[in-house]
Design a protein around this ligand. Structure first.
Ligand code: Z5A
Length: 214
């Protein structure tokens, strides 16, 4: 049976990594084959691109260069990791994917939608996740969490208005694709968020089992 592709999205500090690990543990405890990966990254090429694109010293990076780097990392990730894992029947938990490009490079940087669509087609051949968990949080709380953790990348230095635009863009994407993108209020305890995330993943697994029986 084909695997499942689940992405986790949201602004900086919304808790994606925390929730992705919880979901991994929960699925593995049930004996399901899980693959955890991330963007940019997930391959040697992608991790090298990650180093370039998130380097705080690269403050002068042109928005188009940034877009092309994320797309290059994704093309490698889809070809080398995601498609083969789907073929092998694994459940892929991916920390960010194409919705991040729409939100950050589209709404955040103001790049044209046609550029994003073209690069999405080139990098993924139209591969979308089966489920996207959008952890929704205000930019103020997200950045506070990220700063408390003490790690800074290039985008964490952007003004709060940038991160507000990104959050609004994620919510618009969710309104446009309600079947795929499930919004979870990330301003709750880690356990409460994890319970909602688990509910969405269980619903996806049930749909797949139902479809397999037909
Ligand atoms: N980017 C892009 O522009 N275009 C693209 O196409 C792609 C990416 C794919 C990747 O950064 C950057 O790349 C990202 C967008 C851009 N930059 N920004 N902004 P990343 O992957 O390294 O970082 P991130 O994705 O922004 O994630 P993060 O900062 O690591 O945060 P997180 O994974 O969402 O959160 P976390 O690490 O799970 O939690 C953060 C802290 O909050 C931590 O101390 C937790 O213990 C705490 N936490 C988590 N949940 C809670 C709750 N519920 N309550 C209280 N505290 C919590």
């Amino acid at each position: 049976m084909r695997g499942l592709f689940i992405s986790f999205e949201g602004i900086e500090g919304c808790g994606k990594t925390t929730q992705l690990k919880r979901a991994q543990r929960c699925l593995e405890e049930r004996g399901l084959p899980v693959l955890v990966t991330r963007e940019p990254g997930g391959t040697a090429v992608g991790e090298a691109v990650r180093g370039v694109v998130l380097e705080p010293l690269h403050v002068g990076m042109a928005p188009a260069a940034e877009l092309l780097l994320y797309a290059a990392a994704r093309a490698q990730h889809v070809a080398e990791v995601i498609r083969p894992a789907l073929h092998d029947g694994r459940i892929i938990l991916c920390d960010r994917y194409a919705d991040s490009t729409a939100a950050y490079q589209g709404a955040g940087r103001g790049l044209p939608a046609e550029w994003l669509d073209t690069l999405h087609a080139i990098a993924t051949s139209g591969l979308d996740p089966d489920l996207t968990v959008l952890l929704d949080l205000s930019a103020a709380v997200g950045l506070e969490r990220a700063r408390a953790r003490g790690l800074y990348d290039r985008l964490e230095h952007e003004a709060i208005a940038f991160h507000d635009r990104v959050r609004e863009a994620f919510l618009r994407l969710a309104a446009e694709a309600p079947k795929r993108i499930k919004v979870v209020d990330a301003d709750q305890s880690i356990d409460a968020v994890a319970a909602e995330v688990r509910g969405h993943i269980d619903a996806l697994l049930s749909r797949r089992q139902g479809a397999a029986k037909k």
